[in-house]
Design a protein around this ligand. Structure first.
Ligand SMILES: O=C([O-])CC(=O)C(=O)O
Ligand SMILES: [Mg+2]
Length: 214
């Protein structure tokens, strides 16, 4: 069993990338960024099956965002793009649950997104997938269904910044540590979920997760 098979118990950083797919930036009326947009979630955001996703306080519009997670297996800072993949131990399917109403209000005021993105249970994750299971992270299908209806279905070759670019960029600011998770951004098709809804999501046919909204 890999040392990283329960990476969510390491209690390390969750580093998230925003607007990394053109189609998603466009669907929310956002510009395509020149540099990666980065935000953080605390380790208390992790949730695993069979626990449920909880609605944050006073939410009107909780959105699902399916993303490919990169699990870091080797510490490093100022990592070059060429060496970036040496720092990846494996992958997982992850959700970046987002209080869209709150995010929109905060965005308008130019304020940080933390309350909209980093609440308890805002980061549901699937099982650890060792690196060998995904030969090319730029050729992965990300999909998500709500109550059995397909809502998101995208390919990671549409990412603006590749996993290697993201690792290199982020590690210039934050030292990457073993057990850290990088969420690489969501494809288009994000949308609302409410109490009682069932989310199923996966990467390729390899790993899928099922979460209920409480
Ligand atoms: O909230 C957003 O749209 C930014 C984001 O997390 C993403 O693109 O994955
Ligand atoms: Mg996201």
């Amino acid at each position: 069993m890999s040392k990283y098979s329960r990476f969510w118990e390491f209690g390390r950083k969750i580093i998230c990338v925003g607007r990394n797919f053109r189609a998603h930036a466009k669907e929310l009326g956002n510009e395509v960024p020149d540099d990666p947009i980065i935000f953080l979630k605390p380790s208390t955001a992790y949730v695993r099956e069979p626990n449920k996703i909880r609605l944050p306080p006073n939410t009107n519009e909780l959105h699902h965002e399916v993303e490919l997670g990169l699990v870091i297996g080797k510490n490093g800072s100022n990592i070059t793009e060429e060496n970036a993949m040496e720092h990846v131990a494996g992958y997982c399917v992850a959700l970046d649950m987002t209080d869209r109403d709150k995010q929109t209000a905060l965005k308008k005021k130019g304020l940080p997104w933390s309350l909209a993105k980093s609440f308890d249970t805002s980061c549901p994750v699937g099982d650890f997938l060792p690196k060998e299971m995904i030969r090319n992270p730029e050729d992965v299908r990300l999909w998500l269904k709500v109550n059995d209806v397909m809502k998101q279905d995208g390919q990671t070759d549409c990412m603006i910044f590749s996993p290697s670019k993201l690792i290199s960029f982020v590690s210039g600011y934050f030292t990457l540590e073993e057990g850290d998770l990088i969420l690489t951004g969501t494809p288009s098709g994000v949308g609302p979920v409410s109490a009682g809804d069932r989310i199923e999501a996966g990467v390729n046919e390899l790993s899928s997760i099922k979460f209920l909204i409480e």
